[in-house]
Design a protein around this ligand. Sequence first.
Ligand code: PSU
Ligand code: MN
Length: 306
Amino acid sequence: MAYPLSFTPEVRQALDEGRPVVALESTIIAHGMPYPQNVETARAVEDIVRAGGAVPATIAIIGGALKVGLSEAELDRFGREGRSIAKVSVRDLPFIVAQGRDGATTVASTMRIASMAGIRVFATGGIGGVHRGAERTFDISADMTEFAESDVAVVTAGAKAILDLALTLETLETLGVPVIGLGTDEFPAFYSRRSGHKTPMSCATPAEVADVMRAKWAMGLKGGVVVANPIPAEAEIPAEEIAPVIEAAVAKAEAGGIHGKETTPFLLAEIAGVTAGRSLAANIALVRHNARIAADIAVAFGGRKP
Ligand code: PSU
Ligand code: MN
């Protein structure tokens, strides 16, 4: 029997009618951006998805319930409480549910819950991946392995250079995950449009991405698709400008003995602090852009999994 999910009426109705739905994560709200920009962005992103002809479903855990769609009050509370809400990846799901707690879902756990709900498209900012120094720390985000598990296409501005992008792409290859550059043949580096790493394939339009999703799942190939969508040019921070900031943040994390699930939020907060408003503005711009593209893909895909 399927595990019960808690839907908002808007999402429930859209899924019942087979209309396009776009999943959104909640770790980006609670741990990825400061208040109030986190709540403003989460709302704006939901509106962008609606304007694109799809229904947004922000995913989180509230009182142990797997929520698919949040009310305005719930979304606002997640933004205000921020980092005091548990960051929940897949390994944390059973504990948070069993204890009846609140949790902000990462890309991995959002993919899993979206998949349980039958949602095939998900917009985020940046995915987790293989951390620099992973050969010593074994720090590889559960986002990677989730891409081998859940049948969801995730629209991302690539991944931040806090990660080892070459090893992240190698890992996705091992896991059998298509990484599609949308309008580019280069894997974008979140703040920057270019990283120097090629994507294994590229598509010109959201409709072509939807074709790849259909082909993958029609063949019975399990797992997700990475849709790498570069930050809009006017919002980008050139790689050479952001690189020293990232180097310093990674060094500070190592020196401070930061590890495990704290690493990503620590690095994100560090970079945001050092670049003042600039990285936050870039982050907001790319999330909004990803939401628009995700809506287009969801519409082109046509709602239901074949
Ligand atoms: N990368 C970002 N912004 C984010 C995250 C990653 O640029 O907000 C969040 C996402 O929720 C992602 C999670 O799934 O961090 C990965 O954490 P970890 O590396 O601990 O798996
Ligand atoms: Mn990790």
